[in-house]
Each structure stands twice: as C-alpha cells, then as structure tokens.
Design a protein around this ligand. Structure first.
Ligand code: SAM
Length: 345
C-alpha cells in the first residue's frame, strides 16, 4: 500500500508547521545536551518535502554551530521513495549557505528500515509521521478510521500493529544513535480524554466521521463497490502517552536493551490555523479550500488506493462543499505527543 502526501505538501499543511514550531524548544535542548565532537549527524525521519522544518533546522544548526564552532554538521532528510524527494533535497539545500556549510543528504528509504550506520546519529527528529503503520492490520468493515469506528475488536488489532511498529522504530533508532545522542519524536496521539487529530471533544465535527460519511454515501450511491468501501481505510494509529512510553519503560524491549531512555514527554495541542484565519476574515471559500486541502494531504492516498483517483477526487469535492455549508462546525485540531529520548549505553 503506497503512502504519499499530495504534492506541494508544506504549502497545504500550516498545522504541521505549527506542530514543529511547538517542538523547537525541546529540539534545542537536545542539541545543547550533546557532548563535544568533531562532527554531528542530524536526521529528520518522515520529512515530506522538508518545507515545514526549514525554520527548525536553521535554529538547530545555528545552535550546534555556536556550541561547537569547529565541528562539521550533516543534515539528512528521510522519507519514502514515493515522496517528492527532489523538493526535499531543495529544501535541505537552503541550509547549505549557513556556517559551517553543512552537508545535506536525502535518505529515500522507509523509517522501518535502518537509515545510517550504527552509532552515528547525534540528533534524530521526526514530526507527524510515525503514526503510519508498516502493514495493514486487516479490514475495517464499518468506518475509514479505527479510532472513530467504535469497533473494539479492530481497535485491538490496530493497536497491536502500532505497538509492534513503534517497538521496531525505536529499536532501529536506538542502534543508529550515538551514546549520548538524542531522539525527539513529535507524533499525532490521543490524550487521556480521547482527543486526537480531527476529534476535539465535540467542539466541531469529528473529521474522520465526516470522511467516512462521504465514503459510505458514495458506496450507497454505487459510485464505489462494497469491496472498495471496505478497502478505504486510513492505515494509521494515534497512540496514547502510555503507549508511546511503553518500550522505554520495559527493560526487556529491544530499544531499552540498546540503551534508549526516556528523558521527558508532554502532550501539546495545536488549534486549526485555517479555522483561526476564517474567524478573523470570514472568508468561507478560502477556509473550505484550505481545510479540505490539508485533510486531503494525508488521507487521499487511502481512498485513491482503494478506488482510484476519480473516486478520491470526489471525496474532496464533497468534503469542501460540506465545510463551506457549515464552516462553524469545522476545525482540524492537532494533539501531538512529544517524547525526548537519549541513548545512554
Ligand atoms: C504528515 S507528513 C509530515 C511531514 C513533516 N515531518 C511535517 O511534520 O510537516 C508525514 C510524512 O511521513 C512519511 N512517511 C510515512 N511513512 C513513512 C515511512 N515508513 N518511512 C519514511 N517516511 C514515511 C510520509 O511520506 C509523509 O511525507
């Protein structure tokens, strides 16, 4: 199953940019903790086109250079081979002119594989990417997103796959980190109140329910088959803080055995920037188009893989119309879990 953000990712995802900005303080604290060295490798896992993280990496590179003026710095942007890796290379290259002229590289591989040699990474970072599962946990028969489905059996299946994947990701990263190196993950999550991306406790409509209603409606109108309807699953999972921390609290997990330890964690809420702007300017057409595009950026491949590009396009035409008809009932609020980790041995 191919995962791909729509092209022009960073221009369509103002929320993801705000989520990265909200993690800047911890990114800088990670690099401040690094011991003196002659060179540092920094890596951004699941960077998409890299546009949302340009400001973060400017600050991180400048801080590291100020702390260690004689050290060479290498920044690697990672994403899948199906990503727009030319755009990623271009955005990484924006860092080259700043002292000390860092080396920038693209790693076009899955973060479910090793990315670099063992014990080479000083600072690993990932934002809003590691919720995508490595394999399908099987069908969802009555919804397009497991967390909105109310299906306990499916929830257990998705959670089991998510925990297997998270353990695997942390095991790989713990091997790549140097001793004393830090990993900061900024991930879509669900909090103790059950809030997650698109579910804000009833303030506005659940975005995943809305996508599902549109998809179900297309099946009822026979625009897609029942089989295509069941295949239209967003194959991701928003973990709880306890689930994120579990491999670090278990002395028998592979990551823990490799020396990866929890330094700190927090949940951060980012309100929908499209809604905020609409409240200011009342431009409903721009709000509907912008919010639709940001939802489409991460969900389109799920519908296109199931029923083709025409069916997927219809989902977003209908979505934009729904937003325009009742703008006050729409928002895409982020619930992000920040987890700071260090390899101690
Ligand atoms: C929502 S974007 C986030 C991009 C950027 N980090 C940000 O916060 O704006 C998620 C990215 O994760 C990437 N991704 C998903 N699964 C991946 C995997 N297994 N390996 C590498 N990247 C992956 C997607 O291709 C996509 O570009």
């Amino acid at each position: 199953m191919a995962i791909a953000m729509t092209t022009g990712y960073s221009s369509q995802t103002e929320g993801a940019l705000l989520c990265i900005e909200a993690a800047t303080d911890w990114a800088l604290s990670c690099v401040d903790s690094l011991a003196g060295d002659r060179h540092y490798i920094l890596i951004d896992y699941g960077a998409a086109d890299g546009g949302t993280a340009v400001g973060l990496w400017q600050k991180v590179l400048d801080r590291l250079h100020a702390n260690h003026p004689n050290a060479h710095l290498t920044l690697i942007g990672n994403d899948l081979p199906s990503n727009d890796n030319q755009a990623l290379a271009d955005n990484l290259a924006l860092q080259i002119p700043r002292p000390p002229k860092p080396t920038v590289l693209v790693s076009a591989r899955s973060f479910y594989e090793p990315s670099v040699a063992p014990e080479t990474v000083s600072f690993g970072f990932s934002a809003t990417a590691m919720h995508w599962l490595s394999a399908s946990p099987g069908p969802l028969n009555t919804h397009t997103h497991v967390l909105a489905s109310g299906d306990d059996e499916a929830l257990q299946r998705f959670k089991a796959q998510a925990m297997k994947d998270w353990n695997h990701i942390l095991e790989l990263r713990s091997r790549e980190l140097k001793v004393g190196g830090r990993l900061l993950t900024v991930n879509l999550s669900r909090d103790e109140q059950g809030l997650y991306l698109g579910e804000n406790g009833g303030e506005t409509r659940n975005v995943h329910d809305q996508l599902h209603e549109i998809w179900r409606g297309m099946a009822d109108e026979k625009l897609i088959s029942e089989e295509q309807y069941r295949s239209g699953t967003v194959n991701n999972f928003y973990k709880s803080p306890e689930e994120f921390m579990a491999p670090l609290k278990d002395p028998n997990s592979p990551a823990h055995r490799n020396g990866l330890r929890l330094v700190d964690q927090r949940t951060v809420y980012v309100k929908c920037p499209y809604r905020r702007r609409w409240k200011e300017n009342g431009d409903t057409a721009a709000f509907a188009a912008g919010l639709m595009a940001t939802i489409r950026s991460w969900s389109r491949h799920s519908f296109a893989n199931a029923a083709g590009t025409q069916a997927a396009d219809m989902v977003y035409q209908r979505l934009e119309k729904r937003i325009a008809e009742a703008p006050d009932e729409w928002s895409l609020d982020y619930v992000e879990h920040h987890q700071m980790m260090e390899r101690v041995g």
